[in-house]
Design a protein around this ligand. Structure first.
Ligand SMILES: [Fe+2]
Length: 193
C-alpha cells in the first residue's frame, strides 16, 4: 500500500464511527484527483493535493473535542498541527507536510489562492458541499461563478448542477413525439396514418 493509501486508511480510522465525515473527504479526494489529473498537474503537486484533500477537514474533530465547535476559522486554526502529526507519523517529507499544513490552514479562505493544488482543493470541496449542504441553485450559481477557475472544475459544476435545458434525456424522443401529438390534438388537426 502506498503512502497516500496509508494516509487514507489512517483518516478513516481517525473519523471512525463518523461515516458522514469519512464520505465527505472520500468525495473531495476523488474529485481533487480527477480535476488534478485532467488539468495536467505534475506528480509532486498531485501528491500534495491528494494528501491535502484527505486531511483537509481534520480540524473539525479537533475543534469539536476542544471547543465544541467546528466553524471554518476553528478548523483552519486547529487543522494544520493535527495534519502535521499524522503525516509525520506516516513518514511524509517535510516539504509535503509544510504545503499540506498551509492548505489545511487556508481551505476556507478564498482570497489569495496561490497555486493549482489550493484552487483544485477548494473547487472539489465546494462541489461536495453544494450537495451536502443542500444549497439552492441560485446560491450555487453565484458562488460557482466566483470560485471555479479550472476548466475541469467548471465543466463538472455545470454538469452536476446546471445541465443545459436542451440536453436530451433518455426518453427525449418519446417526449418530443408526445409533445407533437398533444400539439396536433390541440390544433384539431387529423393526420392520416
Ligand atoms: Fe471539506
Amino acid at each position: 500500500m502506498n503512502r497516500i493509501d496509508r494516509l487514507y486508511m489512517e483518516m478513516i480510522h481517525y473519523y471512525q464511527g463518523d461515516p458522514k465525515h469519512i464520505q465527505h473527504f472520500v468525495k473531495v479526494h476523488d474529485l481533487s484527483r480527477l480535476i488534478g489529473q485532467s488539468e495536467g498537474l505534475d506528480e509532486d503537486t498531485m501528491y500534495v493535493l491528494e494528501a491535502a484533500a484527505l486531511v483537509h477537514d481534520i480540524g473539525i474533530k479537533v475543534g469539536m473535542e476542544k471547543y465544541g465547535r467546528s466553524d471554518g476559522k476553528t478548523q483552519e486554526a486547529e487543522g494544520p498541527a493535527a495534519a502535521r502529526e499524522m503525516l509525520t507519523a506516516l513518514g511524509f517529507q517535510e516539504r509535503v507536510i509544510r504545503r499540506v499544513e498551509y492548505l489545511v490552514g487556508h481551505h476556507h479562505t478564498y482570497k489569495d489562492i496561490d497555486g493549482l493544488d489550493y484552487q483544485i482543493l477548494v473547487e472539489a470541496d465546494f462541489l461536495v458541499n453544494y450537495f451536502e449542504d443542500g444549497l439552492d441553485k441560485e446560491h450555487i450559481k453565484k458562488s460557482a461563478e466566483k470560485i471555479f477557475k479550472t476548466e475541469t472544475g467548471k465543466k463538472i459544476v455545470k454538469d452536476m448542477f446546471f445541465p443545459e435545458i436542451f440536453q436530451k434525456s433518455e426518453t427525449w424522443a418519446q417526449e418530443a413525439l408526445q409533445d407533437l401529438e398533444d400539439f396536433i390534438e390541440e390544433q384539431g388537426i387529423y393526420i392520416r396514418q
